[in-house]
Unconditional design. Structure first.
Length: 177
């Protein structure tokens, strides 16, 4: 299980506003497109795609590839995803309930056949859940997050985007051995 039923309802309410889940497209489309081309990605999974699919609008790779959406907070994208060459997980992990975080990280590892592109925000969100909590349930520094990723992936690159956000490009360590 990757989130509680109660939290899934909170996420669904936020997604229905249409103003939630837009970071991937806004900040990372160009970089992800370059990785798709360079690594010759045939299948990309947008893990935590949101209701607006903002990443699809910003992707401009030269090659064609299968695009798969997954988001348990959006009913039409809540079905279990299948593994993909590349998994993109932007502005998602900080939204995960702490008691489910290890399961979600394991899920990402299971789904990533080759490359993971992941961005994580380390501070408070500008949005609140319908129940009043900050939308970022896990606010931890990069030094807390990186060991969790290192347990599952071979980190290729870490970039700091802002004071409160960084991104990682990694390979699935389980498959790299």
């Amino acid at each position: 299980m990757y989130c509680s039923p109660e939290y899934q309802k909170q996420q669904a309410k936020l997604h229905k506003t249409g103003k939630y889940g837009v970071a991937a497209g806004r900040y990372y489309g160009r970089t992800i497109s370059q990785i798709v081309d360079k690594a010759q990605i045939d299948h990309l999974l947008d893990y935590g795609c949101g209701s607006r699919l903002s990443l699809t609008e910003s992707l401009k790779p030269e090659r064609k590839f299968k695009y798969q959406c997954y988001d348990p907070g959006v009913e039409k994208y809540a079905d279990d995803p299948i593994p993909a060459d590349m998994v993109v997980c932007c502005d998602v992990l900080e939204h995960i309930e702490p008691e489910y975080l290890e399961d979600v990280l394991d899920h990402l590892q299971e789904l990533t056949e080759h490359i993971l592109f992941c961005s994580i925000h380390t501070g408070p969100a500008g949005k609140r859940l319908p129940d009043g909590r900050n939308a970022h349930l896990t606010q931890q520094p990069m030094s807390w997050w990186l060991p969790k990723l290192f347990e599952r992936f071979e980190i290729q690159s870490v970039q700091i985007r802002t004071e409160y956000e960084f991104w990682v490009v990694a390979n699935n360590s389980e498959l790299s051995v």
